[in-house]
Write a new protein. Sequence first.
Length: 123
Amino acid sequence: MHKRCLVVDDSRVSRMMIAGFLRELQPDWEVLEAGDGQAAVDCAGEFQPSLVTLDVNMPVMDGFEAAERLRTLLPAATLVLLTANVQSASKARAEALGVHFLGKPITEAVVRQALALWEADHG
């Protein structure tokens, strides 16, 4: 399987950090970035990522709505919401969508957790 990750965050710095850790940890993966949920949905069908990291608070389309649409487009993909908003209501909503939930700040350890979730889903 060709391993692809879509990194979705309105913060360019956050995208660069996540993509950088991914490329360091998984040099054989193809990594694509999107600045909002709509851009993610627009490119996901063609790119076919098996791992998608999503920020929650974004313009145009938030991470929850994007996750809902991506779940339909990419039923086998591992979707991971990365957010500083770690309230139980957000966790419950992520769980209801069948999406994993990790807290920010973005660190190598958080990216490793996202990869471990992908591994668990696809192992």
